[in-house]
Design a protein around this ligand. Sequence first.
Ligand code: TIU
Length: 233
Amino acid sequence: MRTVPAKPYDFELKPDKAALLIIDMQRDFVEPGGFGEAIGNDVSQLRGSIPPLIALLAAARQSGLFVMHTREGHKPDLSDLHETKRVRGKADMTIGDEGPMGRILIIGEPGHDIIPELYPIAGEPVIDKPGKGAFYNTELTDLVAGHGIEQLLVCGVTTEVCVHTTVREANDRGIECLVLSDCTASYFPEFHETALRMVAAQGGIFGWVSDSASVIAALKSPELTEPAVPAAS
Ligand code: TIU
């Protein structure tokens, strides 16, 4: 057990039963020319989350924490894409259309892939998800059960959309979520702030909020396996 200072109160991290879950750090969302920009968003708002995520990912790998990545996207034949999602927004360019980085949000296309700075390594599952939540229509439920995961350290984009949906899904499945504020981001800073407040409000209605430095420090601290024994007098 390692204590991570967090809101609304300290998070007791169990590294053997925890995983780092990095949501949708894909070129389509965080690089100019992708889906995020195609639907009118300012992708520069997301890029501040990359340096702290690089540091957190390195610390997680070094400490042996289980790491998983997700990617939002669809099969090339669009058979897993609801028509309601395809047409939402009435944009000129939508999912499946040819974009500057290949077909938008299509598995196997350059824009759909994870940014090079955070690229998965061997042993880190990459979960392709057709929805906003990482549990909907994916293998994540089985992965979590198979690895005995009870806690998720949740990072990625965007805070109020795929991160929030995933945290809510996890919470309803009895999994504790710690959201890292500097490792998540939104195209709308005010939504980012409010989404984080919503997680920790009402005594932690959806989970806890902390930051990368606090988790890195906890991962590097000696693990407390039992209460300290007072010295004999
Ligand atoms: N990954 C994720 O959040 N997908 C989105 O579409 N987010 C937006 O904020 N649009």
